[in-house]
Design a binder for this molecule. Structure first.
Ligand code: ADP
Length: 279
């Protein structure tokens, strides 16, 4: 739990109760009940505030197009970073609205891939240097840094390298026209909540402008999104021909992230997806 002295530094008054919330991968999460509004608080121990400033910026960007929690404050108390936001009261999922909302998010475009600042995918640094070429952006700022990290951690081998090089040789020559679109960036089912009215609320993003197919590929990786969700997305913003064949290439990024975060238990999945990319 949080010590009272720590809690008293938060810019809120009339705290009545603090309940731990489970479900996150990385941070400690709490629901704070007060005399007025309830608040949702995340704490990352031994971290500077910049970590949650990135999350707040991501939520603000997403908030241009879809519902996100209002962020009230980001800061540091003692050695710990925190983000304080609107507490969402959960209601029944509505995948029709969720598919439509994601399509709406993807209507936001800019002229280049990347973002005005680097950020994180979970705790993994994510480079966002502006680039007009999608293949170059995806290879150099998404895949290569995670492969380098995997090598440093001893999660790489000759066979994996061979499969990866073959895939890169093919992918770098792709000349499909891709429009830079605002992505959630870490779209697994746990990162969509629903209000009591069924309105989707997007949380915990790793935003950047990229190929919208990345968000959809991520939803398919760990499951939990229904046929209704995909039908609703397709109706609002039809996907281009060949989408299904490109899914493994984008799931690769998220599996490399898991390899780095959780170790060789994800090695087999990385190899399998690389084989699918090369088939
Ligand atoms: P982490 O950054 O550790 O992955 P999340 O942002 O995913 O943490 O939040 C952890 C859990 O807390 C979520 O799965 C969700 O159930 C709940 N949660 C997240 N944001 C809110 C919010 N604004 N209001 C209420 N509950 C929330």
């Amino acid at each position: 739990m949080i010590e009272n002295e720590w809690l008293s530094c938060l810019p809120i008054e009339g705290i009545k109760d603090v309940k731990r919330v489970s479900g996150g991968d990385i941070n400690e999460a709490f629901l704070i009940v007060t005399n007025t509004l309830p608040y949702f608080l995340k704490i990352h121990r031994n971290m500077k505030a910049h970590f949650f400033k990135k999350e707040a910026y991501g939520l603000k960007l997403l908030g241009k197009k879809v519902r996100t929690p209002i962020v009230y404050d980001v800061g540091q108390i003692k050695n710990d970073a925190y983000i304080l936001m609107e507490a969402i009261e959960s209601g029944p999922p509505n995948d029709t609205l969720c598919g439509r909302a994601l399509a709406q998010l993807h209507t936001d475009t800019q002229s280049h891939f990347g973002l005005s600042e680097n950020n994180y995918l979970g705790t993994l640094p994510q480079s966002n240097q502006p680039n007009k070429n999608w293949a170059s952006f995806y290879i150099n700022q998404r895949l290569n840094p995670l492969v380098k990290m995997a090598k440093e951690q001893g999660y790489w081998n000759q066979q994996r390298e061979k499969l990866f090089s073959r895939f890169i040789d093919r992918f770098k020559n792709e000349d499909r026209a891709v429009m830079p679109r605002l992505l959630h960036g870490d779209l697994w089912r746990g990162n969509v909540m629903f209000t009591t009215q069924g309105e989707p609320v997007f949380i915990d993003p790793a935003v950047f402008y990229g190929d919208r197919e990345m968000d959809l590929a991520m939803t398919m990786l760990f499951g939990g999104f229904s046929k209704t969700f995909y039908a609703s997305y397709q109706k609002a913003f039809p996907l281009e021909t060949g989408f299904e064949e490109r899914v493994p290439a984008y799931q690769l990024y998220y599996l490399l992230a898991h390899l780095n975060l959780f170790g060789e238990s994800y090695g087999g999945s990385v190899d399998r997806i690389l084989r699918r990319c090369n088939s």
